[in-house]
Design a protein around this ligand. Structure first.
Ligand code: ADE
Ligand code: ZN
Length: 326
């Protein structure tokens, strides 16, 4: 079998997808019209032209502006449903969706509106596509821990619709230590814990995510390569890294895909996975990430099997159901 065919057809899990980052420009304009929201861009082409990022923050500014069209339960449902169509095409059979409620509640949208719409799309994804899906609520790290605690309070009535908690947004200057108390609270509630660390930030942020926040998975984590002791720890504990190659390329974390360190992470024995992060903004969904990264780095079928197996092993599917995949 040709390698691109294997990459496209093999069943896989996606563990790092910000659902607001799956909003395509066409849907942004359709929702803006439906909701009477004014946009700072004349049309789809003008918006797409603005997708020329230099770093994480330059992307986040446009990403939060795009999310401003989401107001109603149906908007969140339609957004996630569009993602599941793409995921099904790419043979994603399990997905854990990040969402950023604070960017919505700050605009007056109720937590229930956000979670109801996303959850309904997850339930339908199983019925329509056979995709199992769950939700991970992310705190915005550029905001305060007090804000995160308020957000958690608002989400408590919907605890049963969440599998876990994450931490995203601008990393530099917002170390994991800032969220120690709220993550401890989430652990007590039995929520699974993940955090973005080592995307742009130093290895120290990955150590802190592990030791202070006590997360099970590191989102991105590519900067771990700078710290041999950290690499050894991640390998020994089989801590999963949810790596997002096209995201790293578009946000200038690596100058080109051939320079990406995913292959080195895998060959060093780390439990890395491939994910799309914000596919509508970074030029590709799961299979684009797989095909382009393999072409650029010369990885082979053995790497493909490892990545697929890792994606299920690192998922929050319950252990009995996991046996189906690994
Ligand atoms: N929010 C959406 N995408 C993100 C990323 N790649 N890093 C941090 N926060 C994000
Ligand atoms: Zn991310």
């Amino acid at each position: 079998q040709r390698l691109p065919e294997l990459l496209k057809t093999m069943p896989k899990a996606e563990l790092h997808i910000h659902i607001e980052g799956s909003l395509e420009p066409e849907l942004i304009f359709a929702l803006a019209k439906r909701n009477g929201v004014a946009l700072a861009y004349a049309d789809v082409e003008a918006l797409r032209r603005a997708y020329a990022f230099t770093d994480l923050q330059s992307f986040l500014d446009i990403y939060y502006a795009g999310a401003s069209v989401l107001l109603k339960e149906e908007d969140f449902y339609d957004m996630a449903s569009a993602y599941f169509v793409k995921a099904a095409e790419d043979n994603v059979v399990h997905a854990e969706l990040f969402f950023d409620p604070q960017t919505h509640t700050a605009r007056g949208v109720a937590m229930q509106t956000v979670i109801d719409g996303l959850h309904r799309a997850c339930v339908d994804a199983q019925k329509i596509h056979g995709i199992s899906a769950s939700l991970i609520l992310c705190f915005l790290r550029h905001l305060s821990e007090e804000d995160a605690l308020v957000c958690l309070e608002q989400a408590l009535p919907f605890r049963d619709k969440l599998v876990g908690i994450g931490l995203d947004s601008g990393e530099l200057g917002n170390p994991p230590e800032k969220f120690e108390r709220v993550f401890a609270r989430c652990a007590q509630l039995g929520l699974r814990l993940v955090a973005h660390a080592g995307e742009e930030g130093p290895p120290a942020y990955i150590w802190a995510a592990l030791d202070v926040l006590k997360v099970e998975r590191i989102d991105h984590g590519v900067q771990a390569i700078k710290d041999p002791a950290l690499m050894q720890r991640l390998a020994e504990q089989r801590t999963a890294l949810t790596v997002c190659p096209l995201s790293n390329l578009k946000l200038c974390v690596f100058p080109d895909l051939a320079s990406h360190n995913l292959r080195e992470l895998l060959d060093t024995g780390l439990m890395a996975t491939i994910n799309s992060d914000d596919p509508a903004y970074f030029g590709g969904y799961m299979n684009d990430n797989f095909v382009q990264t393999f072409a650029a780095t010369g990885m082979h079928a053995g790497h493909a099997y490892s990545l697929a197996r890792n994606s299920f092993e690192a998922s929050f599917i319950d252990d009995a159901a996991k046996l189906k995949f690994v």
